[in-house]
Design a protein around this ligand. Structure first.
Ligand SMILES: Cc1cc2nc3c(=O)[nH]c(=O)nc-3n(C[C@H](O)[C@H](O)[C@H](O)COP(=O)(O)OP(=O)(O)OC[C@H]3O[C@@H](n4cnc5c(N)ncnc54)[C@H](O)[C@@H]3O)c2cc1C
Length: 409
């Protein structure tokens, strides 16, 4: 890491484009990482603008299951792995923000659920695996009595449990994005990064028009777009990985469910979250091993597979009469030599450009800590006023189930 920044630079003119402006920090990408970091920097008194090529709320962020993980999900190998240990501190950071006394103001965030459950989802060792995971990492885990099982499990024929409840919230992602976008009103512009220099000069384009920002620092939180940023910085060694998923959506389901179906394997057989459509009707959004296996299937194969999985796990529902859709995408992550989920957020620096990956939505507070530490190391001080640009603002994104093409089995 370099230290001791020179005085804030003047625009160098290295990229020839018509409109130029100066700002303390330019943030590229308006997913959870960019929005969280921009809020924290604004609170520190830096002038900040965010540029987003598509819509506010990002790609992975709006597609996520909105779960704030405390670690249990990552203990299914029977031990506390790096990831489980580092993520365990995150729920308290989020809770402070929900309570209005954290790094960002999340008092406006709504919750799909205040907790998640773990239940045995088939196989002889599933019950033992649920118990083992429940004992690790998070002290607040509670065994539910049959009378308090979620309806999806209470109505399951011959289901014996055990079911554990984790005090880990599931957020309504749209309300999260709105809460983070509000303090940045007028500062989230529409534009795709087209050039990036280590002296924190960044060029952006929208509708054929170009703008160049000379910043004191650029923070690139562009998800998959981080790959292009690394290329622009001429960083050749492998620093990123993509892990594909095909999330499954099914509607209408008569009850909600938030949690992980455990089978004694390192990954849950299924991770279910839900969004209310109408009274007594939900859309279920399925991740976990179902979505990972479905990544290499066609849409039709994936839906047939998911329908079979659900029929086994929840035989009380007639899945043949539902509507189905999928969301296909990549988890954009820092490189892990074994291709696994990296243990925590990662920041790569080249000059005054910081390229950042949260690795999980849950890690957004820890990622912002790393960004602040890097700027402090550079002794970066607020200098420029916030520019008011004659440039369009980016619009709000949507949930996968709001834009999906639905089909029957
Ligand atoms: C299906 C799924 C479920 C998940 N569930 C959870 C969960 O329950 N809990 C959890 O903690 N984590 C979860 N995750 C992981 C989590 O969603 C991601 O780690 C996190 O959202 C990444 O945020 P981000 O801001 O880095 O990226 P993104 O949300 O992808 O945002 C990046 C933004 O950068 C923009 N961009 C890209 N290139 C450019 C460019 N050149 N110029 C300008 N803008 C650009 C993109 O348009 C996008 O808006 C899930 C991920 C997936 C895919």
């Amino acid at each position: 890491m370099t230290t001791d920044l020179p005085a804030p630079p003047e625009p160098s003119g290295a990229v020839a484009t018509p409109l130029k402006t100066s700002v303390d920090v330019a943030v590229i990408g308006a997913g959870i990482a960019g929005l969280w970091v921009a809020n924290v920097l604004k609170r520190r008194g830096y002038s900040v603008v965010v540029f987003e090529k598509d819509t506010v709320g990002g790609v992975q962020t709006f597609a996520s299951q909105g779960m704030i993980h405390g670690g249990q999900k990552y203990t299914l190998t029977g031990k506390v792995e790096d990831h489980a240990a580092s993520i365990a501190a995150m729920p308290a950071r989020w809770q402070a923000a929900f309570d209005g006394c954290g790094d960002v103001d999340l008092t406006g965030v709504a919750f799909a659920s205040d907790s998640q459950v773990m239940w045995p989802a088939g196989g002889l060792v599933a019950g033992a695996a649920v118990l083992a995971a429940a004992k690790l990492v998070n002290a607040g885990t509670e065994k539910l009595t049959a009378a308090t099982y979620p309806e999806a499990l209470a109505t399951k024929p011959k289901f014996k449990g055990p079911v554990y409840e984790l005090p880990e919230k599931v957020m309504d992602i749209r309300s999260l994005v709105l809460a983070l976008a509000k303090p940045l009103t007028g500062r989230i512009y529409k534009g795709e990064m087209t050039a990036l220099l280590p002296d924190a000069q960044v060029a952006l384009r929208h509708n054929g028009a170009d703008i160049v920002l000379q910043a004191q620092a650029v923070v690139v939180t562009a998800g998959l777009g981080n790959e292009a940023a690394l290329k622009a910085m001429r960083i050749e060694r492998q620093m990123t990985q993509r892990r594909p998923l095909r999330q499954i959506m099914v509607r209408p389901v008569p009850f909600a469910l938030y949690g992980h179906g455990i089978v004694g394997a390192p990954k849950p057989r299924v991770t279910v979250t839900a969004q209310r459509l109408n009274e007594g009707e939900y859309v279920w959004y399925l991740g976990g091993a179902v979505a990972e296996a479905a990544a290499s299937m066609t849409d039709n194969e994936a839906i047939a597979f998911a329908a079979q999985e659900l029929a086994e796990m929840f035989p009380q529902v007639d899945w043949s009469t539902r509507q189905w859709a999928t969301w296909v995408g990549d988890r954009a992550e820092p490189y892990d030599p074994d291709g696994r989920l990296p243990p925590g957020p990662t920041l790569h620096q080249r000059g005054r450009v910081l390229i950042a990956w949260p690795a999980k939505l849950t890690f957004a507070p820890a990622l912002a800590d790393q960004v602040l530490a890097a700027l402090d190391q550079h002794r970066l001080k607020p200098y420029f006023d916030t520019p008011v640009l004659d440039w369009p603002q980016a619009g709000m994104g949507a949930y996968p189930w709001e834009t999906a093409t639905w089909q029957s089995l």
